[in-house]
Design a protein around this ligand. Structure first.
Ligand SMILES: Cc1cc2nc3c(=O)[nH]c(=O)nc-3n(C[C@H](O)[C@H](O)[C@H](O)COP(=O)(O)O)c2cc1C
Length: 181
């Protein structure tokens, strides 16, 4: 039995391969039930020692998403999302960063399963994260590293510049048995 019991392995793998960052969205809202399903997927994300070091702030108010869009250097696309989920984490270091990435990717894949586009918006500086903290009244011991922007992808528009598209070939990033082979 495959992990995705209602899907063929081929369909599940195709969905995993095809997840891309969306940055342009149609104005349609996302149903509350769909947002709750994404949060339920997020909740089940694994974390180091099961610490679950996160707090998620769901933002559906367009004005607040516009304000979030202004908080980071590359976060402007948040001004057009139907909703965003700000992922705030307690603690530092590699394992918290790993937990953060696992949760974000899992939510983005879940969004894809519901036909919802998503994109990472990174609040890259301490000043930017303080702006987010102030805006959403997030306590000081949580670091809001990023938001997951959500919405129905506007497929009439390009989502990324060509320089941000495509991937290195496997031959460049993989070795079998020992490095370089
Ligand atoms: C840690 C991280 C931070 C990112 N920050 C941003 C961001 O602030 N703004 C943005 O538009 N995309 C951001 N992205 C998305 C990447 O640019 C995107 O995943 C990459 O270019 C691959 O593009 P694709 O998903 O369209 O194939 C981020 C991705 C990661 C993993």
């Amino acid at each position: 039995m495959s992990t995705y019991e209602t899907q063929s392995p081929e369909a599940a793998l195709a969905a995993l391969r095809s997840l891309r960052q969306s940055r342009r969205f149609r104005p349609d809202p996302i149903a509350r039930d769909d947002l709750e399903q994404l949060l339920e997927v997020a909740r089940w994300t694994g974390s180091a020692k099961n610490t679950q070091p996160w707090h998620l702030v769901v933002v559906t108010d367009p004005e607040v998403n516009v304000a979030l869009a202004g908080a980071g250097a590359f976060t402007a696309f948040l001004s057009g999302v139907a909703a965003s989920i700000v992922v705030a984490l307690k603690g530092e270091g590699r394992s918290v960063a790993y937990d953060d990435g696992r949760l974000a990717e899992r939510v983005m894949l879940a969004a894809g399963a519901l036909g919802i586009g998503s994109g990472t918006a990174w609040f890259g500086t301490p000043e930017s994260r303080q702006q987010v903290r102030d805006l959403l009244r997030i306590p000081d011991d949580f670091e809001p590293w990023s938001a997951i922007g959500l919405g129905y992808t506007d497929t009439t528009q390009a989502q990324a510049s060509p320089s941000l598209s495509g991937r290195k070939p496997l031959s460049e990033i993989v070795s079998w048995e020992r490095y370089g082979a």
